[in-house]
Design a protein around this ligand. Structure first.
Ligand code: ADP
Length: 477
């Protein structure tokens, strides 16, 4: 049995802004199911939802500050959670990274720097809890200083750093080096320095014993200039200690046979029942109710990464086709306004809901016929897996985890029963449009469509498989 300290800035269902939270909610749970001893450590934000009792565990002094650490458990899984309680940094309204107005917290370097310090104290068993992890598993830039600080310790645990998204690096001005008391041994261009800025992510990339990303394809992509943000050289240098492990999905939450958010449960043997969800989805979005018209869905952050500009560019032409599109998301205000304008212009074919809405996300996955993910890059992506589980055909660009989890529909993949979606190459509006047209042709071939749905629903996206890969890695270290 391994003792694993899981360090993260978000974890579903406690607090979530994106896919990172899904992973950090599910992977510890899957590791516990494999009989491992896991603790998750996370800042005690105001917005953090704890339904179970929270109890005081210990306090400590770091960098001249007094910090309490509290203990609770994950509401759905019982995984032990340690909450870093420092109200001056975390007890404010807003999300983990931005304030109520959407501006990054001014003191993010200090907020996550302190969090990393506490994680190191826990990792080194210096908090009076008689628990020393074998492995410290860090996630994204917010935790990047942990492997860096630990590299200076004697008899330290092994470290794993997982990149969920290279686009976010935690870059801060030089002044942060002083305010975080970064030791001189770490402050140089081969260490935490990146073009005279302090780079949190480099702490993980330089100092972790092993680096993972959330899909094998993304592990290769980030070693190129297009996806590496100037860190491709470092990643290539570390390629012997860099690999991809695809995320699983939470099959309890995303199960069309038990989903409490959808009006009609269904399975691969009762696919006709999916239509009831389609009707509910059309009704909810105020679109004409029509069983026959193909209904596409899209859920996600409305940012460039997700290819929203491609959607906007091809929407007018897309909507001349016989289809409907529903979209749920929030993000860049400019995208939101453009999409709202198009929805007003095409009320019979296109409807949007701006905001974050978990229940509606489930209804879209269950009710749509196909799901759009034209991402520019996608470290792993979850919605294409949810879609497949729900017999909703994903239309994806061939990048990152999308390339690794969706099998394009071709004569041979239909024959060998692997076809599960539509995959296109080029990040352009015309390539996206071609893919949508290809989808419509297949939609008109009920037998082919049905076998795509069944192939998709039968795929194994379980966390158990991914957790076994992580465990094998921990054991190797
Ligand atoms: P990313 O982490 O880049 O945002 P992922 O596909 O890995 O993308 O994960 C996004 C997660 O957040 C999915 O679970 C998705 O359903 C959810 N999500 C994103 N936007 C919304 C929204 N507006 N409402 C509900 N769920 C959302």
């Amino acid at each position: 049995m391994k003792k694993i300290l899981f360090v993260t800035s978000e974890a579903h269902p406690l607090i979530k802004t994106g896919g990172l939270a899904d992973v950090c909610g599910s992977l510890p749970k899957a590791l516990v199911a494999l009989s491992q001893d896991v603790r998750l450590i996370i800042p005690y934000y105001q917005a953090l939802k704890t339904t179970e009792n929270v109890r005081f565990l210990f306090s400590l002094r770091v960098d001249n500050r007094s910090i309490n650490v509290l203990e609770t458990v994950m509401p759905d899984s019982g995984v032990i959670v340690w909450l870093v309680d420092y109200p001056g940094y975390y007890n404010y309204p807003g999300n983990p990274y931005v304030d109520e107005k959407g501006e990054p917290w001014e003191n993010n370097a200090e907020r996550f720097g302190l969090f990393c310090r506490i994680a190191v104290e826990v990792a080194m068993n210096r908090v009076g809890q008689d628990w020393k992890p074998d492995v410290v598993h860090c996630n994204d830039w917010q935790t990047g200083l942990v492997p860096a600080f630990l590299s200076l310790e004697y008899e330290r645990p092994s470290t794993v750093f997982t990149i969920h998204n290279m686009a976010y690096q935690g870059l801060f001005p030089l002044s942060a080096v002083g305010s975080l008391f970064i030791p001189g041994q770490l402050w140089h261009p081969g260490g935490l320095e990146f073009h005279e800025m302090l780079s949190f992510i480099k702490g993980g990339l330089v100092y972790a014993d092993y680096i993972t990303t959330v899909s094998p394809t993304y592990a290769l992509e980030i070693q190129t200039a297009e996806f590496g943000y100037g860190l491709e050289g470092l990643l290539e240098y570390r390629q012997a200690s860099l690999g991809g492990i695809i995320n699983g999905i939470d099959l309890d939450q995303w199960n069309s046979e038990t989903d409490p958010y959808i009006p009609q449960l269904y399975s691969e043997t009762s696919l006709a029942d999916k239509l009831i969800n389609k009707t509910a989805l059309q009704t909810q979005f105020g679109l004409p109710v029509n069983n026959k018209i193909p209904l596409l869905g899209l859920i996600g952050r409305l940012v460039e990464q997700k290819g929203i500009d491609l959607i906007i560019e091809c929407l007018p032409e897309m909507l001349t086709l016989d289809l409907q599109l529903v979209l749920l998301g929030s993000g860049d205000k400019e995208y939101e306004q453009q999409l709202q304008g198009l929805a007003d212009l095409y009320p019979d074919n296109f409807a949007i809901t701006l905001g974050y809405n978990e229940a509606l996300a489930h209804l879209i996955e269950a009710g749509a016929d196909a799901f759009l993910m034209p991402s520019k890059f996608e470290p792993c992506g979850l919605n294409q897996m949810y879609s497949q589980r729900y017999g909703t055909i994903p239309i994806v660009r061939k990048t990152g985890g999308l390339a690794d989890t969706v099998t394009d529909t071709l004569p041979e993949t239909l024959d060998n029963e692997t076809a599960s979606g539509i995959v296109f190459n080029e990040a352009s509006a015309s390539a996206l449009l071609e893919a949508i047209k290809r989808c419509l042709i297949l939609y008109d071939m009920p037998e082919a469509w049905r076998s795509m749905q069944i192939n998709a629903m039968r795929k194994d996206f379980s966390w158990q498989r991914s957790a076994e890969d992580y465990l094998a890695l921990y054991e190797r270290l």
